[in-house]
Design a protein around this ligand. Structure first.
Ligand code: PDD
Length: 285
C-alpha cells in the first residue's frame, strides 16, 4: 500500500516516524477520512474545511494548501490503482489523512514552531453489505463518557475505542451515545432520528463531530421535500423513532433496525432511509 509521509511517497511498511512524535505520545493530532468513488474524491472541499477547523482548534498551521492535499490524495488513488492493476475508476477508496503537532521532547504545552507530521494513505473502501442495507443493523446505547470537545476530529480516540467496544461485546455494529438524556452520536458515526416523516439530528455543537454527511443529509432532505431539523433529542424520542439512521464516510447512510435488542419502528429499514440511500447514490455520480 502506498502512502505519503512528510513530502515523500513510500510503501506503508517503510514509512517511519519518531517515537517522540506528539501524535504517538499525546494523541496530539487531527485526522480526516475522505471517500473516493471511482477515483473521484467525494465532498473533498467540505472535508478540507473541517480539517482546517480541527487544525485551528489545535493551533497547528495547515502544512499543505487545499490544492496540495488534493494532489496527494489523487496521486495515492492512482498509485494504488496502478499497483493492483485495476483502473482507479473501478474501485472505491478511502483516503486517511493525519496531521500531528510534530516531534519534541515530552512536554504538555502546545509547543509552537514544530514541523507537523503529515501522513496520508489510501485503502480500499469497504461499504456496508447488501444484507446490512436490506435488513438494517443492530446498535446498543451507552452513556457518552468522551470528553467535551467531540467537534474536533482528533486522533485522541480512546473514548471512541471504549465506546465502540461496548457494541462489539454486545455483537452490535455501533454504540449510540447519550449525554444525560440527550442523543449525541455513535462512536464513529452520526445518528439520525426519523419520526412522522421528519429527519432530526442533534445540534452541531461541541458534543458531536459534525460529519460531512450533516450537510449532505440536509441537502438531500431539502431536495426531496423531507422535513429536516437539528435540535436536542431525548432518549425517549430515540426509543420511539419510526426509523433510526447512522451516517459516516464508510457507512454512507445505514438503517438501525435493532436497538438494545428491541426493534426500531417496525423492525425493517424504512421509507425515508430508502429515499436518502437512493439520493446518496445519485450524489456519488
Ligand atoms: N468517523 N462522529 C464521529 C465521532 C466520527 O468519528 C465520524 C466519522 C462521524 C461521521 O463523520 P463523517 O460523515 O464526516 O464521516 C461522526 C470516521 C469515518 C472514522 O473515524 O473512521
Amino acid at each position: 500500500t502506498p502512502c505519503y509521509l512528510n513530502g515523500e511517497y513510500t510503501a506503508l511498511k517503510d514509512a517511519k516516524i519518531s517515537v517522540l512524535d506528539r501524535g504517538f505520545i499525546f494523541g496530539d493530532g487531527i485526522y480526516e477520512v475522505v471517500p473516493a468513488y471511482a477515483g473521484k474524491l467525494f465532498r473533498f472541499e467540505q472535508h478540507m474545511a473541517r480539517l482546517e477547523r480541527s487544525l485551528a482548534e489545535l493551533r497547528i498551521t495547515n502544512p499543505l494548501t487545499r490544492v496540495e492535499w488534493r494532489q496527494v490524495a489523487l496521486k495515492l488513488i492512482a498509485d494504488y490503482a496502478h499497483k493492483t492493476g485495476a483502473p482507479a475508476e473501478n474501485g472505491n477508496q478511502l483516503i486517511y489523512i493525519q496531521i500531528s503537532r510534530g516531534v519534541a521532547m515530552r512536554d504538555h504545552p502546545m509547543l509552537p514552531g514544530l514541523t507537523p507530521t503529515v501522513f496520508v494513505m489510501a485503502n480500499p473502501l469497504k461499504l456496508p453489505s447488501a444484507q446490512q442495507r436490506e435488513q438494517g443493523v443492530a446498535c446498543v446505547t451507552a452513556d457518552d463518557f468522551r470528553w467535551e470537545k467531540a467537534h474536533i476530529k482528533s486522533t485522541s480516540l480512546l473514548g471512541a475505542v471504549f465506546s465502540r467496544q461496548i457494541s462489539v461485546d454486545a455483537g452490535a455494529l455501533e454504540t449510540v451515545m447519550f449525554r444525560g438524556d440527550h442523543l449525541s452520536e455513535a462512536s464513529s458515526s452520526n445518528v439520525w432520528v426519523i419520526k412522522d416523516g421528519r429527519v432530526s439530528g442533534p445540534p452541531k455543537d461541541h458534543l458531536v463531530l459534525e460529519g460531512i454527511r450533516y450537510g449532505l443529509i440536509e441537502e438531500m432532505c431539502r431536495a426531496a421535500g423531507i422535513e429536516f431539523e437539528l435540535r436536542r433529542i431525548s432518549r425517549a424520542e430515540v426509543l420511539a423513532a419510526d426509523e433510526l439512521l447512522l451516517s459516516s464516510a464508510t457507512k454512507e447512510v445505514l438503517p438501525v433496525t435493532l436497538l438494545d435488542g428491541r426493534p426500531v419502528g417496525n423492525g425493517q429499514p424504512g421509507p425515508i432511509y430508502a429515499r436518502l440511500y437512493a439520493a446518496y447514490q445519485q450524489a456519488k455520480l
